[in-house]
Design a protein. Structure first.
Length: 297
């Protein structure tokens, strides 16, 4: 738990890709396990409760290692991270997956690499070539078209799809800002402070969710929730923000292209969801478009 390579310059930049891959592998189970967990507890409890558990782990680690506190504008930037990855993405995906399949969610979320790259270049004031914006726009249209066609045409675009697109936007901003902040605070320190900062909101929301709908979850649903709290919301970010901090962020975000493939595989194995030709074609189209977007920097 020592200093970050991004801050010391001791690790080659290729290490950022490997750390990113570890983070993506951890995140690839998030959608299937969220789909499992919503079978026994409310999406509000899943979204807030997993953040509360992770905040408890984060507070313990921060206290045990006596980390220095963020200062000044770092708190505001941590608020952006918390809003994106602690609150926005978990809440929106939890509600969306009450009404759509995990493999569908995985393909829509495949837009995230391009969205993260866009957020990163805007945040760092880079000047990407016009081709970048063209391919990023094509990727967005591909994701929207997939979601619409799977639901019966453009008029069939449903509210879960809108929530998933919102989750992508929230995560992209949280990833980009967190990757930059990790260069100053450290990778695991960034997500830990963001979780602690969000606790005054997530704790009362969790209490309300428990009172409104007490969980009636089977052991497998509790196990899924435990993974979401300990890995998806906490440990996975150790590797992911470390990779983004080493950077460059648009290049490392490219590793996310393998996430929908992993997620659809887990959904088929764990949930028995059928991988239709439309799902496969939609996934390949979105992955291809986002791959072009993150390469044309």
């Amino acid at each position: 738990m020592g200093g970050d390579p991004a801050r010391t310059g001791a690790v080659p930049s290729r290490a950022g890709l490997w750390w990113g891959l570890v983070g993506v592998a951890a995140f690839s189970f998030t959608v299937p396990f969220t789909k499992i967990a919503v079978g026994g507890m409310s999406p509000l409890l899943i979204g807030a409760g997993r953040a509360v558990v992770a905040a408890g782990l984060a507070a313990a680690v921060l206290a045990a290692t006596r980390q220095r506190r963020p200062v000044g504008s770092q708190w505001l930037r941590l608020g952006v991270v918390a809003a994106g990855v602690v609150i926005g993405f978990p809440f929106l995906t939890s509600f969306a997956l009450t009404a759509t399949e995990a493999n569908h969610g995985a393909v829509v979320i495949a837009l995230l690499p391009a969205a993260t790259a866009v957020a990163a270049v805007l945040r760092t004031r880079e000047r990407p070539r016009p081709a970048f914006w063209v391919t990023a726009g094509i990727g967005a249209l591909a994701a929207i078209a997939f979601a619409a066609l799977q639901n019966g045409g453009l008029t069939g675009l449903r509210w879960p799809d809108l929530l998933l697109f919102g989750a992508v936007a929230a995560a992209a901003v949280g990833y980009a800002e967190g990757g930059l902040l990790a260069r100053e605070l450290g990778s695991w320190q960034t997500i830990s402070w963001a979780l602690v900062l969000a606790a005054p909101l997530t704790v009362p929301v969790t209490a309300v969710a428990l009172a409104a709908r007490p969980p009636q979850a089977a052991p497998v649903e509790w196990a899924a929730f435990a993974y979401l709290a300990a890995v998806s919301m906490f440990l996975g970010f150790f590797a992911w923000y470390r990779g983004l901090a080493i950077g460059p962020i648009p290049q490392v975000s490219q590793i996310q292209l393998v996430q929908p493939v992993m997620t659809i595989t887990w959904a088929a194995l764990l949930l028995g969801e059928q991988v239709t030709w439309l799902t496969a074609a939609g996934g390949l189209a979105v992955v291809a478009c986002t791959g072009l977007a993150v390469r044309r920097r």
